[in-house]
Design a binder for this molecule. Structure first.
Ligand code: SAM
Length: 373
């Protein structure tokens, strides 16, 4: 088992590979949110592209790309949007230089293996259209909380479902707050209980993120950021909050050592719209073109549309949610509690999900920014 004090940057990663338990096979929710955010991406890219014309090489970075289909999904959408727009404007499509960024422990190898097929697809589109679309994929490992690229070098940043990870986890709850659990009405108080140190860490990190991207973007460059934001009720339930609750129960049943739990903190924070707006405004070089919220229930059905999966019953629903949450959090949990308790933990997680399902809602912020100064 790794030490408890391993820095977040070294231990945080999604489950790699492409088997049943991998993030690659459990990323349907983020795909769905990306689909729903597509019109805002389109608007954002169109603005950036028209401001920067003429252009021979368009440099785009996807921050927190992870592995699996989603790693190249945003890139592929961006290429399509620019390609179509170039046709409409009767200008030549630029060469795309794409930088895929994630932390050092990310499974970049599995992305690299999918690049030939990706290039092939782009080439086929090219043959159909008679004019060239060249795309060059690069990898830029490292934390997005800090410098990743030279100054004035990037035209567009995209980041999906990554900025709610803060760079380090302060102690999660005070002892009193650690007595988390269900109350008589089956409410769970999670996000509203996170102590100020979490919001301070977010403020520090997000501010550094915005400053770093501002330096690296060309004037008129754009960013589309999608990440988990605070839902507007005090009883906001998050996946790490639910996990924490189950860990508490497992400690009380002597299945997990109390000392291990005391040192376990998840580097995850859901900010409010005001917190995010204030930091962007304070930094001063971006205009906020759009600030939207997309709400999706944990089993993938958005609140106003059909779901992405058809489930026989609540058991299947719970299983689906437990599988993708496991792909996201298991690497971090294993480091602290060992592999031995993972099956039990996620079985309990599944049962909690079934119990709370109608209340489980993700709120994703979709924010489109343009560098104006
Ligand atoms: C839930 S995945 C999202 C993956 C993909 N963008 C999607 O939408 O499906 C979040 C990713 O953010 C990465 N991440 C978290 N903090 C990061 C940081 N400081 N720098 C770079 N990547 C980070 C994680 O390693 C993880 O791969």
């Amino acid at each position: 088992m790794a030490t408890m004090s391993a820095p977040v940057e070294q231990v945080l990663h999604m489950t790699g590979g492409d088997d049943e338990t991998s993030y690659a096979n459990n990323a349907l929710i983020t795909q769905k949110v990306m689909m729903r955010a597509r019109p805002i991406l389109e608007e954002s890219i169109q603005k950036m592209y028209s401001t920067n014309l003429p252009m021979t090489c368009l440099k785009v970075a996807d921050l927190g790309c992870s592995s699996g289909k989603n790693a190249l999904l945003a890139v592929s959408n961006i290429i399509k949007i620019v390609d179509e727009m170039s046709d409409r404007l009767k200008v030549e499509t630029p060469t795309f230089q794409i930088f895929l960024n994630d932390l050092f422990g990310n499974d970049f190898n599995s992305i690299f293996k999918s690049v030939p097929e990706f290039y092939e697809r782009i080439k086929q589109d090219k043959a159909e259209k008679q004019h060239g679309t060249t795309c060059l994929i690069n990898a830029t490992p490292g934390s997005f909380y800090g410098t990743l690229f030279p100054s004035n070098s990037i035209h567009f940043f995209h980041s999906s479902y990554s900025l709610h990870y803060i760079s380090q986890a302060p102690k999660w709850w005070s002892d009193e707050e650690a007595k988390l659990g269900d109350d008589e009405d089956n409410n769970i108080y999670v996000t509203s209980n996170s102590p100020p140190s979490y919001s301070e860490q977010f403020r520090k990190d997000f501010n550094l993120f915005v400053r770093s991207r501002s330096r690296e973007l060309v004037l008129g460059g754009g960013m589309l950021l999608t990440f988990a934001g605070r839902y507007d009720t005090p009883q906001d339930i998050t996946a790490p909050g639910l996990i924490r609750m189950i860990l508490n129960n497992m400690v009380s049943q002597n299945l997990i050592e109390e000392a291990r739990l005391a040192h376990f903190n998840v580097p995850f924070y859901t900010a409010t719209e005001n917190e995010v707006r204030e930091i962007i405004k304070g930094e001063g070089s971006f205009s906020i073109e759009r600030f939207e919220s997309i709400k999706t229930s944990w089993d993938g059905s958005s609140l106003d549309e059909e779901g992405i999966e058809s489930f026989e019953d609540d058991d299947e629903r719970g299983e689906f949610v437990a599988r993708y949450v496991r792909a996201i959090f298991e690497p971090l949990l294993k480091v602290h509690f060992g592999e031995g308790v993972m099956d039990e933990l996620f079985l309990r997680f599944k049962n909690k999900v079934i119990q709370f399902l109608p209340k489980l809602v993700y709120n994703a912020f979709v924010i489109s920014l343009v560098k104006i100064a």
